[in-house]
Design a protein around this ligand. Structure first.
Ligand code: SF4
Length: 452
């Protein structure tokens, strides 16, 4: 199966019915763009869709009727329907006629539609091919945004086909990247997530060329980028950083609070032989020693990583080496994938592939060990006060994230609804609050607003 076919068949699909005027059409385009950017497929038929979005018109009676009929048809044919557009803003007309719709929003409500889609059809994640969204910047929702700094990759990891699809590393101009970040901050973004295929390689292709930002020279280099982003007064989180020696230079920026003390390093394995078979970047580095040095320079550091269990030829001893690494390195957050061959990847030709059941069993064992580590690491935060960025507010309180939690992939901080009215006003999406941690489990924390 080709990658496209694999992605298409695996991706959840959304059907779309677009009615109304050109403004409604633009809304539809924005929602469809965002759906595609997040990896959803778009289905041309009701039966091929996992849910259907109907963008309605409420201008004149015949348009209202046409919209209600379209919702009725989508419900009859598919059953899972989200309604957006002008009719949604007309009192409870939609809910009265069609009480089984999943959600209703007014026009120009891309964020609300996306939240409803996420609730009823979780967003897809493909660890090999979908690390980076296809557009430069993604706002999901308004208070955080991904900032893509480069495209492509100079490495040739044997399990990955990204370089053959997207080519070698091409770094974006640093001035342009920083201007984009500034605009995001002006638009209300409170957290910038730096992404690429290999963030630590930023600028290698242009020999760390000097660019300009606000009339000031800045080198096209991860460290310089992090310093500049750190001046913008919002959270900066680094993803897909490989453990090259140059990474050591950004750890002090984390210790000084200029960027978040969080590093997403996709180690993938710990056995030198497997890393060599994977042709991983920086596989010769002594990762355990490096992590110890990072932690002593920045004790608050959260380490997030991804791993592959059951790579072709992985012996029992090599798998145990991986488990021992996760314990020893105390990797705070980790995802683990059972090795799965991607068509066109060199690793498919390696000898001694493991049976699927064994790969899955190793993945499950890995997750048990990692969850133990995660639970222990989170328990250490009980009794402490952490800064939290609020993602959602509901009748029970609010859900946010601390420096240790990247959106979508890590845990959450659940904040109890405060009794005092003045404190309740602080619980707003996109606001920072201080939270006294009162409890923890394997992935999440619980707490109350801290007294100021
Ligand atoms: S570093 Fe390896 S896994 Fe990541 S994109 Fe490049 S080739 Fe693929």
């Amino acid at each position: 199966m080709s990658v496209e076919t694999r992605e298409q068949s695996a991706a959840p699909k959304v059907g779309f019915v677009s009615l109304g005027c050109p403004k409604a059409l633009v809304d539809s385009e924005q929602i469809l763009t965002q759906l595609r950017a997040e990896g959803y497929g778009v289905s041309p038929s009701y039966e091929g869709a996992d849910l259907v979005v109907v963008n309605t018109c409420g201008f004149i009676d015949s348009a209202v009727q046409e919209s209600l009929d379209a919702i009725g048809e989508a419900l009859a044919e598919n059953g899972k329907v989200i309604v957006t557009g002008c009719l949604g803003a007309k009192g409870d007309v939609v809910q009265k006629t069609h009480p089984s719709v999943l959600a209703v929003t007014g026009p120009h409500a891309m964020q609300e539609v996306m939240s409803a889609v996420h609730r009823h059809l979780p967003r897809p994640h493909d660890p090999f091919a979908d690390l980076v969204p296809p557009q430069g910047v993604k706002l999901t929702p308004r208070h955080y945004a991904y900032l893509k700094i480069s495209e492509g990759c100079n490495h040739r990891c044997t399990f990955c086909i990204i370089p053959s699809m997207r080519g070698d590393l091409v770094s974006r101009d640093i001035g342009q990247v920083l201007r984009e970040a500034e605009n995001l901050v002006k638009a209300g973004v409170r957290e910038i997530l730096v992404i690429s295929q290999d963030t630590s390689a930023y600028g290698v292709d242009v020999k760390y060329r000097t660019g300009f930002w606000n009339g000031r020279p800045v080198k096209t280099r991860m460290q310089d980028l992090a310093v500049a982003l750190g001046e913008m007064g919002v959270w900066t989180r680094l993803h897909y950083v490989y453990p090259y020696p140059s990474v050591d230079a950004v750890i002090p920026l984390m210790a000084e609070g200029r960027i978040l003390p969080y590093i997403d390093v996709p180690f993938q394995h710990a056995s030198p032989r497997i890393l060599k078979l994977m042709q991983r970047p920086a596989s010769g580095e002594r990762n355990l020693e490096r992590i110890e040095a990072w932690r002593s320079a920045c004790p608050e550091l959260t380490i997030r990583s991804t791993f592959i269990a059951g790579f072709p030829g992985e012996t029992e001893a090599e798998f145990n080496e991986l488990l021992a690494f996760v314990e020893a390195a105390q990797v705070d957050r980790a995802g683990c994938f059972a090795y799965s061959p991607v068509q066109g990847a060199a690793a498919n030709d390696l000898p001694d592939p493991l049976p699927q059941a064994e790969r899955e069993a190793r993945r499950a064992e890995f997750m048990k060990v990692q969850e133990r580590v995660s639970k222990k690491r989170l328990a250490r935060r009980v009794g402490k006060t952490v800064k939290v960025l609020i993602d959602t507010v509901n009748q029970d309180g609010a859900v946010g994230r601390s420096s240790a939690d990247a959106p979508e992939i890590d845990g959450s901080v659940f904040i109890e609804w405060p009794e005092r009215r003045a404190d309740q006003a602080k619980l707003k999406v996109g606001e920072f609050v201080n939270v006294r941690v009162t409890g923890s489990d394997t992935h999440d924390l619980w707490g109350r607003l801290a007294a100021h």
